[in-house]
Design a protein around this ligand. Structure first.
Ligand code: G3P
Ligand code: MG
Length: 249
């Protein structure tokens, strides 16, 4: 299974079970483990730079403190983004989206770029991601898949770059999920594993959307989801899932 847009296994924040999430080191490791695609989170710094970071605050994954949205890139670049995970990763930095695009090309990785705006920055974050991709994405490479929980971000991406595929990220099963996927002209729907059922997977397939499910690190659960018709398993542990024949293509 899998489809043209979504491979069977996608590395979540790179290979987040084995390396500090959302760093170049983590993305590179996912490629070394055999992942064809990686997911990572992108947000804006105080001075409008796009960086890879999940949380709104710097504290959990770096040596910094406080809000990403209140901190300039130069200060974020001075932080360590690896030591919190393990001593061996000390020295890892917070990457920019620009340098990440370079690494993706070098490693031959496809990407699911999650637009993860700090609250109130939905429009500017999506506009900046599209501008960055227009500038830096290598000609001739398939576009990355842009996903977001922020519908305002997806709407900006749809209007500014309709040719870049979009995925609607869902938490739970909101009543308007299919209306939203349709109006945002999404190619895929990305659901939490705990919300997925065989019936919902079948419905998403019938409507013609790709289906990705996050975040699944258990091989048996991944295999079950794949039997239900899930195209893509987003996992912290691509090595384990790629090693399990039942969970991959
Ligand atoms: O894109 C899938 C997944 O990453 C969404 O949730 O919080 O891990 O970014 P989160
Ligand atoms: Mg994410």
């Amino acid at each position: 299974m899998g489809n043209a847009l979504l491979p069977a296994v996608v590395g979540h924040r790179g290979a987040a079970a084995a390396a500090p999430e959302n760093t170049l080191e983590s993305l590179r490791l996912a490629a070394e483990q055999g992942a064809a695609m990686v997911e990572f989170d992108v947000k804006l710094t105080a001075d409008g730079a796009l960086i890879l970071m999940h949380d709104e605050e710097l504290d959990r994954t770096t040596t910094g403190h406080g809000a990403v949205a209140a901190t300039v890139l130069a200060d974020i670049r001075g932080l360590d983004a690896g030591g919190w995970f393990a001593d061996a990763w000390r020295g890892a930095r917070v990457p920019t989206l620009d340098e990440t695009v370079g690494l993706l090309e070098k490693c031959g990785l496809n990407a699911n770029i999650e637009i993860k705006p700090c609250p109130g920055r939905e429009v500017e974050t999506a506009a900046a991601v599209v501008a960055c991709l227009r500038q830096s994405w290598p000609k001739g490479r398939p576009w990355p898949l842009l996903s977001s929980f922020a519908r305002d971000s997806l709407a900006v991406a749809r209007d500014a770059a309709p040719e870049i595929p979009r995925g609607l990220l869902l938490w739970g099963k909101p009543a308007d999920w299919s209306a939203a996927a349709r109006s945002l002209d999404c190619a895929s729907v990305h659901c939490a594993a705990e919300d997925m059922t065989p019936e919902w997977a079948a419905e998403i397939g019938r409507l013609g959307y790709g289906l990705a499910v996050y975040t699944v690190n258990d091989v048996a659960l991944a295999a079950r989801l794949r039997r239900w018709g899930v195209d893509s398993i987003i996992t912290d542990d691509p090595a384990a899932l790629l090693g399990a024949a039942a969970a991959r293509d």
